[in-house]
Design a binder for this molecule. Structure first.
Ligand code: FAD
Ligand code: SF4
Length: 337
């Protein structure tokens, strides 16, 4: 596979080569349930916390804002678990990280590849006490659309929002993509509206359509992702509770991976079995992006949900047709159950 992409010079070097690739599951099933994929972020960050280090990563505030924070305890770090499918606000974490590094603390930074590369660009020099984990990234949706979506759900449910899960793995398994919103009046909503907007690609930030990190070469010492393709890469390893794809990008990444060996189950795999579009090319600007934003400015969220979020009549007829198709297949196979 070619590694000749034109990356920003501050992390790309002629020594870069393809990473070592692993399928990973945390040994603790509760950790995996609380994590997006196989829980490798917890294994890595536990190692830093155990040795007096600090951890930086993305937390969700008031259900409607993703922002980067600093953690010194496992409880603070636990809030970083789980994917928040909106752009995270970096606030003033870069200067905080420089201060921690200058004072000799071990620092773990976790975030999207552009955030990890941005941090390195900001620091302007290498620090041996900095370790970066970057996540393979589809693109980040607009936080403003997420806020409007929550207001719409809250109004429909006649209650304030109590909590949210962008991708509810506990109830629906790792592969399914359903967001759950719990309301203060005790009701819950399982929905695909925000997921459908995300995957329409209309609400991605403009920079994501030209993302330079859609490659197997990444700015982190370790890169983590969902291991889509796991059934080919390591048959029998998938239990639909989450498997992490892990790239060890350099000697620091390989050394840390050895340190966490007792916390994880892992299988070495081939890079070609781990490929997904987020590792090869940016998603193109959708043809209807301009129309989407013009509609978004003109109409209420109910209209946007119907037209772009899969709740409208077109989506209902697609569902109806798919159900008919499934029933016909059952009949043709003589299965009347
Ligand atoms: C916006 C977004 C797009 C993604 N796209 C893909 C994809 O295309 N393919 C794929 O395989 N996986 C994708 N992921 C999932 C990513 O691979 C998982 O975060 C990763 O597998 C970690 O899983 P885990 O079980 O180790 O960790 P968890 O404990 O769930 O780890 C969470 C980690 O994600 C970070 N994080 C969470 N939300 C954000 C955010 N909004 N911005 C920056 N960092 C965040 C936290 O800092 C923490 O390091 C995406 C995640 C996000 C947030
Ligand atoms: S797709 Fe690329 S540019 Fe967009 S948030 Fe992810 S890493 Fe950054």
């Amino acid at each position: 596979m070619s590694t000749q992409r034109n990356h920003p010079v501050y992390y790309r070097s002629s020594k870069d080569k393809e990473p070592a690739v692993y399928a990973v599951k945390h040994r603790n099933s509760e950790v995996r349930s609380a994590s997006r994929s196989g829980g490798v972020f917890t294994a890595i960050s536990d190692d830093f916390l155990l040795h007096g280090g600090v951890v930086y990563g993305c937390v969700l505030k008031n259900n409607d804002k993703a922002e980067h924070c600093r953690a010194e305890t496992a409880a603070e770090r636990d809030r970083m678990r789980g994917s928040k499918y909106i752009q995270s606000d970096m606030g003033d974490v870069f200067p905080q990280i420089r201060q921690d590094l200058e004072s000799g603390r071990k620092v773990l930074f976790s975030g999207t590849s552009c955030q990890a590369a941005g941090l390195k660009g900001y620091l302007g020099k290498d620090y041996p006490n900095l370790f970066c984990v970057d996540i393979v990234c589809h693109g980040v949706p607009s936080p403003a659309v997420w806020r409007e979506y929550l207001k719409w759900q809250s109004k429909k449910g006649k209650s304030e929002i109590s909590s949210v899960d962008f991708r509810n793995k506990r109830d629906f398994g790792w592969a399914e993509h359903i967001e759950t919103i719990w309301l203060k009046n005790g009701k819950r909503v399982d929905s695909k509206v925000f997921k459908n907007l995300f995957f329409s690609h209309c609400i991605l930030r403009p920079a994501c359509y030209k993302c330079p990190y859609k490659d197997v070469i990444h700015p982190g010492d370790i890169t983590i992702a969902d291991y889509w393709g796991i059934d080919v890469a390591a048959p029998g390893f998938n239990d639909n509770r989450g498997v992490s794809l892990v790239f060890l990008n350099n000697a620091s990444g390989r050394a840390l991976f050895e340190e966490i060996a007792d916390k994880i189950e892992c299988i070495p795999t081939k890079i070609e079995d781990s490929m997904q579009m987020s590792l090869s090319e940016p998603y193109p600007v959708p043809k209807n992006r301009e129309k989407f934003w013009s509609d978004y400015r003109k109409h209420n969220f109910g209209y946007i949900a119907r037209r772009y979020g899969g709740t409208g009549p077109a989506a209902a007829s697609r569902k109806w047709l798919s159900n008919i198709k499934k029933r016909l297949i059952h009949v043709l196979h003589g299965d009347n159950g």
